[in-house]
Write a protein that binds this ligand. Structure first.
Ligand code: ST9
Ligand code: ZN
Ligand code: ZN
Length: 355
């Protein structure tokens, strides 16, 4: 049995490399993909809040284009990158997947970034995300994509969770996350820290430092920026579970979606990510230009704050592509026999050394 599950529940994905039961780290268990007719219990508080948020974001987008000072627009963009990294490098790759380790100063930076993003505490985010991978596209997956685009995008946040999720969720081991005092602190004081990071600081800074109006600061740097990132994040659950190639595993919905990757700081290579969820790059080598998060982690690896970075070997990828890919994976990488000579000659190589 996989080490991070306590009961004998059926598995549908891998979280850590020692979950592997086949040489390419896939589990032998066939996925059970279904969605039953469980009646949706609407949560009106969330429906009203999200409706308001999206209307306010449209107004914020208008102010972003036609009214706000340029400093406010740049500040909103910086907050987008910062809070995005709090999700991608923090909640996602570090905490949910343990694909690398981070020393406490980096964990502190990431938890601050993560709080600005207001996607619930990193602990709760990781709990849902582990369920999303382990029981992908079943009733125990919080944003089960077999329930349609709308449900996997935002609908899942507007209804009570499926009882199957709560039942299977009891077996999830989160002890590694609860062992981290930084994560416990964020969860304990979330209702105080989150409004400060996501709404108050983004509103006060533009007014105080460059004399922006309260209206512009609130609707642009707080509400528009927040809603934009939420939708980019949700697109990974909806669009990247629907459109794109499946070079690594054609039996699952997650797909390689370049457009999503562009906005999601490198998180749209979703067929790869669901096939090898413990790879810190969440993509195969060669995609780094679109993978800002990988570059961010690499930078901290250079100064020693990020370490034990896990990645998949070419050989394992090759085996998996042959076995389960949809045929859209044409090139293994550098040295593939099908790599065109012109491409080899034109490539930029830093400190090259041929053996
Ligand atoms: C938001 C999150 O938007 C978005 C996450 C997206 C994930 C994307 C992943 C994609 C990959 C990464 C790419 C990143 C790209 C980023 C790009 C950036 C540029 N396991 O939840 P409750 C149990 S948040 C185990 O209340 P309800 C547990 O006992 C937006 N057990 O369920 C729990 O009690 P406790 C802002 C679980 O009542 C109890 O059930 N936030 C699990 O059905 C009740 O849990 C919001 O809007 C589990 N996974 O309510 C809030 N889950 O907690 C939205 C539950 O005490 N959420 N249990 O242990 C809610 O209001 C509610 O959760 C609800 C369901 C109404 C949706
Ligand atoms: Zn997914
Ligand atoms: Zn993931």
């Amino acid at each position: 049995m996989a080490p991070n599950i306590k009961d004998g529940a059926d598995l549908n994905g891998v979280l850590f490399e020692d979950d592997a039961s086949t040489p390419d780290y896939a589990l032998a268990t066939a996925p059970v993909q279904k969605a039953d007719n469980y009646p949706r219990k609407l949560v009106w508080r969330n429906i009203i809040l999200f409706a308001y948020l999206h209307l306010a974001a449209v107004y914020g987008a208008y102010l972003f284009l036609f009214s706000a000072k340029w400093q406010t627009d740049i500040f909103a963009y910086i907050l987008y990158v910062i809070s995005g990294l709090g999700i991608t490098a923090g909640a996602h790759r570090l905490w949910a997947h343990k694909s690398y380790k981070a020393k406490w100063p980096l964990r502190l930076i990431l938890i601050i970034f993560n709080t600005v993003s207001f996607q619930d505490s990193a602990l709760d985010w990781s709990r849902d995300h582990r369920m999303h991978h382990k029981y992908s596209e079943t009733d125990a997956d919080p944003h089960n994509a077999t329930r349609g685009f709308f449900f996997s995008h935002i609908g899942w946040l507007l209804v009570r969770k499926h009882p199957e999720l709560k039942r299977k969720g009891k077996g999830l081991d989160l002890s590694d996350l609860y062992a981290d005092p930084i994560l416990r602190f964020q969860k304990k004081y979330y209702l105080l820290l989150m409004p400060l990071g996501c709404f108050i600081m983004p509103t006060v800074v533009p007014v105080y430092f460059w004399g922006e109006t309260w209206t512009n600061a609130f609707f642009v740097a707080a509400l528009f920026r927040y809603t934009f990132i939420l939708n980019v994040t949700w697109l990974v659950n909806s669009a990247a579970h629907k459109w794109g190639h499946k070079p690594y595993d054609s039996s699952i919905k997650p797909s390689e979606n370049l457009s999503v990757s562009l906005f999601a700081l490198g998180e749209g290579f979703h067929n790869y990510h669901h096939t090898f969820p413990w790879d810190y790059k969440t993509a195969e080598l060669g995609n780094n230009r679109l993978n800002f998060t990988t570059n961010f982690i690499n930078f901290f690896a250079k100064i020693g704050w990020a370490y034990d970075l896990k990645t998949v070997s070419d050989e394992i990828i090759q085996n998996r592509v042959k076995r389960t890919g949809d045929g859209s994976h044409h090139l293994w990488g550098w040295g593939d026999k099908d790599q065109p000579k012109e491409e080899v000659n034109a490539a930029i190589r830093i400190n090259p050394k041929d053996e």
